[in-house]
Design a protein around this ligand. Structure first.
Ligand code: 3HC
Ligand code: NAD
Length: 253
């Protein structure tokens, strides 16, 4: 379902998405790279002979338009990996008495609604495609949560809620899309070396790394990409959330 097929990666302009796009291309896939930052997607797409598509995943019309272009240029993607997302750090009750409801809404729109939107548009196209094997497999959708869905820190109520939603969608989505031969899986990464984690305060990152048993380091984006490959290549992986975290459990803050 990789070599000689089309794949779609969102958030492909950076970090885990970029590494996944590159890895799938190295395995013989033709990869469409969606990102809010079209230039970043274009740089990755140019490197791997893929297609760059600029779109905000929280904007359904933009996602549908990007998908229409993907179908026109490359055809139906059989592997869809949603990495697009934002990290939000905001207290429910900051000292200044402000409300952080806007930050919550923005986080849920991108991380949860954006993931649902891409999954919906992709599933519609994949369900109409020819089955690829004796099982009737047509494709696999892999979403990205975070260990914060279970170990959320102070200031991560919005982020953890968004990732908890992504994790919770996995089983019902896999149950519903089974009739179309579409598998749905979620990866919940721990701390990985990307632009997102680079933006964390040094003390926050240091505290988290103390709680990473082995290997006690940040993950490499290629290690995420290799799990994507494993999921695609093993048809028995369906409806589950896989923590990819070196046994980390995040501290309270
Ligand atoms: C990215 C991948 O998915 C993997 C991961 O998830 S990696 C983990 C990422 N972790 C995070 O992003 C952490 C998110 N949280 C934060 O960054 C911080 O909590 C925050 C920026 C929201 C707040 O920062 P913080 O340092 O607490 O500053 P601030 O809110 O001003 O509070 C300073 C002090 O005032 C106190 N205070 C804050 N709000 C208060 C209030 N409403 N009333 C009274 N006291 C208050 C706090 O107790 C704090 O003291 P503390 O040291 O005992 O906590
Ligand atoms: N890096 C980590 O430690 C870590 C850990 C757990 C989960 N995650 C999750 O992994 C995913 C990838 O994160 P990353 O570390 O590679 O971050 P990153 O910031 O390096 O990459 C995220 C990419 O998503 C794009 N993006 C953001 N909002 C978008 C939107 N509305 N529409 C389209 N594209 C958008 C950004 O432009 C960026 O290129 C995110 O969902 C993140 O929450 C990251």
């Amino acid at each position: 379902m990789i070599k000689g097929h089309v794949a779609l990666v969102t958030g492909a302009g950076s970090g885990l998405g970029a590494a996944t796009a590159r890895h799938l291309a190295s395995l013989g896939a033709t990869v469409a790279c969606i990102d809010l930052t079209e230039g970043a997607a274009a740089a990755v797409a140019a490197d791997i002979g893929g297609l760059a598509l600029g779109a905000d995943v929280s904007d359904a019309a933009a996602v549908e338009a990007a998908f229409d272009r993907l179908l026109e240029k490359l055809g139906v993607p059989r592997v869809v990996v949603s990495c697009a997302g934002i990290g939000t750090a905001a207290r429910i009750l900051p000292r200044d008495g402000s409300l952080t409801i806007g930050a919550f809404e923005r986080t849920l729109r991108v991380n949860l609604l954006g993931t649902y939107t891409v999954m919906s548009v992709a599933a519609r196209a994949i369900a109409a495609a020819e089955p690829l094997d004796g099982d009737g497999a047509r494709g696999v959708i892999i979403n990205t949560a975070s260990i914060a869905y279970e170990d959320g820190q102070i200031g991560q109520a919005a982020y953890s809620a968004s990732k908890g939603g992504v994790a919770s969608m996995t089983l019902p989505a896999s149950r519903e899309l089974a009739r179309f031969g579409i598998r749905v899986m979620t990866i919940a990464p721990g701390l990985f070396e990307t632009s997102m984690s680079a933006g964390l305060p040094d003390d926050v990152r240091a505290e988290i790394l103390k709680a990473v048993p082995f290997p006690s380091r940040m993950g490499d984006a290629n290690e995420f990409a290799r799990l994507v490959q494993c999921i695609v290549e093993n048809p028995m992986l369906n409806g589950s959330v896989i923590r990819l975290d070196a046994a980390a459990r995040m501290p309270i803050k």
